[in-house]
Design a protein around this ligand. Structure first.
Ligand code: AMP
Length: 500
């Protein structure tokens, strides 16, 4: 199938060809004709599947007919983060270059004046994060009554970030006669409810997860003691032929500290997280894209959807709390047919998180074994045919993991992870409260760990917490390592990993 078979205009086919794409991805093949038929759509698809072009391309052709009016955008795309919003805007620029369409980007961290000016002159496409859009709406700077096309992108991430009430309110401001497209990586009950309420007779399409389908990403996990994580990471950075890497951590403070520590060890590292304003995030991303730095330490929300070509490695310095984040994280490498390598560093405390990731991706992640000395009892992974002592230790860990599970159940989804880490609400002022009050409140909240977060973290009693400065060594009985190549055990995990 080619793009020409999908019913797109000649102008659009020219821009697609100029972008270098000749074959539609499965989501594009299914979504484009549906959208052109003006039907509502629910698409279960992740970043990396080509879903953005799946809605941007038909939208451009639909919007090619019709006229702009001041303050009344003709279509609206809601994105959970500024980075994703900016990337969708880039897509519009790329594919819409043969069309006379105007676009405005409404995101936090950018001067509101310019955004209002753009709206005043009339726009065909408004790309917004919910917080900033509600803000402007409440100030009477925007009318949504002329907006008869709505895209809700990354709906499950919106849910994690607490944006669903905003989205419901926004939907209620739009004309009831409209076309609505909803994209989500998963379909948890609140998203299903949202879809039932705001979509009319939608077509439902689902495409494979890119991570499980992406045979270009080789995945590994590395177990160590919690105090050895940095050392293990540095070792991997030095020995695995790393050209460019994104390192994910679960908390903003970890991102900051880790970037600092890597720099002090001579690595060319930068950072991107939710505490940085938009221009600093963009500047840091640009430094990464142009090769000024080759390592970017990132939080999930800030890095969501980042599309940088040629990232050779992804490291999970922390195991993600939500398995979906694992899929999103490792999808930053192995893009566009290139091969990539993803390492997850984990400790005893992450046993359940790793288990959840493996459940989601459908198989065990191959383990790399280190001989760490010092904390080795904690770090050394179990081999086939465990000793009795190993078994006793494992049983204890299991008990710990169960109690952690009990804690986790009490902690609401999203609170421990992305939200606690990135406080997306920072974009939105509380009514009647000044920006300065708000930022003070945010500051205080950030410095103090959240109660849920504290509860959700299991207590670990470590038999020996001595810091061992010795460099980790690959086990002697492992096959010799070629730089940049997998050097751990291979066979039983080929379902997940992409070796050979
Ligand atoms: P997305 O899932 O929208 O984040 O897109 C993931 C990546 O796929 C982006 O780098 C796109 O530029 C790229 N892409 C989108 N459509 C195609 C296509 N038909 N062929 C090849 N690459 C594509």
């Amino acid at each position: 199938m080619s793009f020409a078979d999908l019913g797109l205009s000649e102008e659009l086919l020219r821009s697609v060809a100029a972008a270098g794409y000749d074959t539609p991805t499965p989501i594009q093949a299914q979504a484009i004709p549906t959208v052109l038929m003006m039907r509502d759509l629910i698409a279960i698809a992740q970043t990396g599947t080509g879903k953005t072009a799946g809605f941007v391309l038909p939208m451009i052709d639909i919007l090619a007919h019709g006229r702009r009016r001041a303050l009344m955008p003709r279509s609206l795309i809601l994105e959970p983060t500024r980075e994703l919003a900016a990337q969708v805007a880039e897509n519009f620029e790329k594919y819409g270059k043969n069309h006379d369409l105007k676009m405005a980007l409404l995101i936090g961290g950018v001067q509101m004046g310019d955004q209002v000016k753009a709206l005043q002159s009339g726009v065909d496409v408004l790309i917004a994060t919910p917080g900033r859009l509600m803000d402007l709406f409440q100030r009477g700077k925007i009318m949504l009554t002329g907006c008869d096309m709505l895209v809700i992108d990354e709906a499950d991430r919106m849910l994690d970030m607490g944006f669903i009430p905003d989205i419901e309110e926004i939907c209620s401001k739009l004309p009831t006669q409209r076309q609505t497209l909803l994209f989500s990586a998963t379909m948890p009950p609140p998203i299903k409810k949202l879809a039932d309420k705001f979509l009319t007779n939608p077509k439902y399409i689902e495409v494979a997860r890119p991570a499980s389908a992406n045979i270009n990403i080789v995945q590994h996990k590395v177990k160590c003691g919690s105090r050895q994580k940095r050392e293990v990471l540095r070792h991997l950075l030095r020995t695995d032929n790393v050209a460019t890497a994104i390192i994910f951590a679960n908390r903003k403070t970890t991102v900051r500290e880790l970037a600092k520590s890597l720099k002090s060890h001579g690595f060319s590292a930068g950072e991107i997280h939710g505490d940085m304003d938009q221009s600093s995030r963009i500047a840091e991303l640009d430094r990464f894209k142009d090769g000024t730095i080759n390592i970017l330490v990132a939080s999930d929300v800030a890095a969501r959807g980042i599309d940088v070509k040629g990232v050779t490695h992804v490291f999970n310095f922390d195991t993600p709390w939500h398995p979906d984040d694992y899929v999103h994280r490792i999808g930053r490498t192995g893009r566009g047919g290139a091969s990539g390598r993803a390492f997850t560093i984990y400790t005893d405390a992450d046993a359940e998180a790793i288990e959840n990731v493996e459940k989601l991706t459908g198989g065990k992640i191959p383990e790399i074994k280190f001989d760490l000395g010092g904390e080795a009892e904690e770090a050394r992974p179990a081999r086939a045919g465990k000793s009795r002592d190993d078994k006793v230790r494992d049983d204890k860990a299991e008990g710990k993991s169960r109690s952690a599970k009990a804690h986790d159940k009490r902690a609401p989804r999203g609170r421990g992870a992305a939200e606690a880490e990135d406080a997306p609400r920072e974009e939105r002022p509380v009514r009647g409260e000044s920006r300065r009050d708000e930022s003070r409140r945010e500051e205080a909240r950030r410095d103090e760990p959240r109660r849920e977060e504290r509860r959700a973290r299991p207590e670990i009693t470590r038999p020996d917490t001595r810091r061992d400065e010795r460099r980790p060594r690959w086990r002697d009985d492992d096959p010799p390592s070629k730089p940049g190549e997998w050097n751990g055990p291979i066979p039983e995990f080929l379902g997940v990993s992409a070796l050979n």
